[in-house]
Design a protein around this ligand. Sequence first.
Ligand code: FES
Ligand SMILES: [Fe+2]
Length: 327
Amino acid sequence: MTSDHWQAVALSKDIGRKPLRVMLDGTPIVLFRATDGLTALTDRCPHRLVELSKGRVIDGEIECPYHGWRFGGSGQCTAVPGHAGNLPKARVKTWQVCEKDGAVFIRHSPQSATPYTHCAAGQDVITRMVRSNTQSTVIDAAENILDATHTHFTHKGLLRGLSSKRVLVDVTVTGGDGWVEACYTGEDKQQGVVSRTLEGTRTKTIGRFRAPGIAELEYWGPDGLTLATTFHLRQASPDRVEGIGWLIGPNTGIGAQIKALAFKPMFKLALHQDRRVLSSASRNAALWPDAKPVLGPLDFLRNDIAAIMSGRLPDCAETPRIHQIQL
Ligand code: FES
Ligand SMILES: [Fe+2]
């Protein structure tokens, strides 16, 4: 087996400040310069299986581009941004690595009469429709839409400000037959371009999943709904998810029409950013069919979405959960 031997995989000068992905016997490996020297890790974040090589090297550690988990030269998880307690025991496999003569070497739903459309149906709202298409699964794509913690990384500047300032937020998770929702209160208005352009004061945010594959986000201000999206996702083929969605804003006159014009392109940019991490995770999932994603301490909805998708009542239907996070 070739992986028992030292294999030349890159030139030393290929590995500068950015991580580099190399393949060895079908296995992707990420090379980067850690605090204690050149490091080779299996190129797969244990959290959602995203390619670590799509992230960056910061303070001698590699940072995943999805939620920012960090891994040092030993492959151990050293940070879960936003989480204050014990770190998950997740680690990435390390490979032996050395440099010689300028080269790098490594070794090993009941149906209802009329379909549900969107969260503000029947109200005086302005809507724009969008289509999407991503290499992923419905559960991963739905979770992605409802996951507030990835916005700091995947959507920096767009949905979040450029600073990494966070605020303590309360999250209440409730659910019932065929639905689960997370309600966020205590947030600052987000500093990204979208919020600064389209939103006023924010009082609460709701992320909701409905059977069979509907993900919706609602942003509420003191006078009611300020912005919302409802996305219907379906598994078009084993590795492709297609979505039909509504972008929704209150009909408050001419200003609202202008905002609606701006919302769609910004939303499409966000979709593009999400597509990158989702397809990255999907590619790695195909390489490791048995790899089980780690449930992180901030993944509030994953198990409930999975329960609903398999026709079971989500756990939170019995006991609502309250979390506090730095968002
Ligand atoms: S931090 Fe890597 S996939 Fe979430
Ligand atoms: Fe996203």
